[in-house]
Ligand binder design. Sequence first.
Ligand code: HEC
Length: 151
Amino acid sequence: MSAILTRCSIALRESKEIKGQKFFCLASAALAAAFSVFAGTALAQSVEQGEAVFRKCAACHAIGEGAVNKVGPVLNGVVGRPAGTYEGYSYSAANKSSGLIWDEDTLRTYLQSPQAKVPGTKMSFAGLQKSSDIESVILYLKQFDASGHKM
Ligand code: HEC
């Protein structure tokens, strides 16, 4: 796409109007602009959607600056964190000894069914059915670093 645009801008600058090339150039520039707007919107919606999904988690989990452990551990910086390691939280043996790292793939299967992924966990949450909800909530979680600042 960028190669086309470079060629086009040269063509337009030198006003080499070879049969419809100007139109083609303008059309592809418009397409590129539309696509980037569309991609931006899709991302924003997912993070927003993730914030809405997180309301289900917020009954038990806090996230962000000043978050404290509740029924469940603080989720700041959880993406990439080894299971059972948030300071001051009393985990189940099942979670602590799971040996899992909460990378995106592990979170995908866990959030679909916590009990299936970690039998004996004390996270009493049935799981998220829709994969779009799972993807969005992961995007939402990923925003927060270990100290709860948005990255
Ligand atoms: C009913 C309360 C409850 C809800 C709702 C809940 N959780 Fe949990 N969650 C827990 C508890 C309790 C634990 C600790 C599990 C253990 O020690 O076995 C936990 C653990 C976790 C862990 C592992 C953290 C670690 O440090 O090892 C992740 C990740 C997690 N929850 C994410 C979520 C997300 C995302 C949602 C919403 C989609 C959610 N939870 C909804 C109670 C809940």
